[in-house]
Design a protein around this ligand. Structure first.
Ligand SMILES: [Mg+2]
Length: 373
């Protein structure tokens, strides 16, 4: 009774937004003060509207807001008149028009999934597996001096966070100190994971990871450069701490390659690397078959992208960890009503249909930059 064979994409609007960080956010390769994102609104002939978002990273996928708008300019006209529910077909069509550019394609993929949920009047996670209703997320501590990071760690714990992701990868000696002071500041009950964002050589990584084993670290993300698979495999073999790939894995094919190279214990899926929910799911399933659990992470998404990540994490059993915190690091709030709030480190899913985005900050959203259809 929900099937609506006539459902068609009628109009696609593209918006450009800027989100300011509360404070400069530093990771090993860069410092960010703002996130420039592209928001997409897809309208159908049955008044169902889907929201999607792209948060491009030049560093990770070679994309920026300009390339995203350019790619959408090629893709969007071809989607007009298509059935939004045929997601697999629409993604195939996007891939045939433009190669790569996963963050641009993610904006469309997210909006299509939002439409799917709203069309059948169910929260998206319940349509994709509905495995859990709450997702435990960490909060990320950007790179500062070890003492300052220890202070930030205590404050995060006071706010209710039970899992902290500590950014490292700038200086091995200082990185050991960072982890030591953070662990001392938060005590034994808080879970710690770390992310070097490709900042170490394999030798440095092995040294640091062995030195910090005693501080009870859940896993270490992307210790060495993305393309250095042999180095990653070597680190994994010699590390007492589990190794997670982030920048090394964009697609299901990458996941398979790393698994075959025995280079990973865990994989960090990001919708902006995979091209959205559909391929994010495929990565999780490829990894599950190999006994490799996944995390869902984020770039600089607002509440829209974070809602999408949370729905995927809630839906899929093999997505066992979450780093869904970018919206919490911004001064600006794009979603005024709806979205997925965080409380005591938990993202709690609601009964709202689709991604559950109800009302956007019109001042921040502004007028559409482009309209198709
Ligand atoms: Mg990472």
């Amino acid at each position: 009774m929900y099937w609506c064979p006539k459902l068609e994409i009628q109009r696609i609007e593209v918006y450009s937004i800027t989100l300011h960080y509360e404070e400069p956010f530093r990771i090993a390769p860069e410092v960010s003060t703002e996130s420039h994102n592209i928001v997409v609104r897809i309208m159908t002939d049955y008044e169902v509207v889907g929201w999607g978002e792209s948060s491009p990273s030049q560093r990770v996928t070679g994309e920026n807001p300009k390339t995203v708008v350019k790619v959408l300019d090629r893709i969007a006209p071809k989607l007009i008149g298509m059935c939004p529910l045929r997601i697999e077909q629409n993604v195939e069509s996007m891939d045939s028009i433009v190669e790569e550019n996963p963050a641009a394609k993610a904006a469309i993929d997210l909006a299509l999934h939002d439409i799917l949920g709203k069309t059948v009047r169910k929260p998206l996670f319940m349509l994709m597996g509905g495995y859990r209703k709450k997702v435990l997320t960490d909060i990320t501590l950007g790179i500062k001096s070890p003492k300052e990071m220890a202070k930030d760690a205590s404050e995060a714990v006071k706010k209710g966070f039970k899992v902290l992701k500590v950014k490292v990868g700038v200086n091995p000696t200082e990185d050991v100190e960072r982890i030591k002071l953070v662990r001392e500041a938060v005590g034994d009950d808080v879970k710690l994971r770390l992310d070097a964002n490709q900042g170490w050589t394999p030798i440095q990584a092995i040294e640091v990871l062995n030195k910090i084993e005693k501080f009870d670290i859940q896993f270490a993300e992307q210790p060495v450069p993305a393309e250095n698979l042999k180095g990653l495999a070597k680190v994994r073999k010699n590390s007492p701490i589990l190794i997670m790939a982030d920048e090394s894995v964009h697609s299901p094919e990458d996941a398979l390659r790393l698994i075959k190279a025995e280079a990973v214990d865990l994989i960090n899926i990001k919708l902006m690397k995979s091209g959205g929910i559909l391929k994010g799911k495929k990565i999780a399933y490829v990894a599950e078959a190999a006994g490799v659990p996944c995390m869902i992470g984020c770039m600089g998404e607002s509440e829209i992208g974070i809602a999408a990540g949370t729905h995927l994490a809630a839906a899929v059993k093999n997505i066992q960890y979450a780093d869904l915190d970018s919206d919490l690091l911004f001064k600006d709030k794009l979603v005024m009503k709806g979205g997925i709030k965080v409380r005591n480190s938990m993202r709690v899913l609601t009964d709202q249909y689709g991604l559950g985005i109800e009302e956007l900050n019109q001042r921040l959203l502004g007028k559409p930059k482009k309209i198709y259809g």
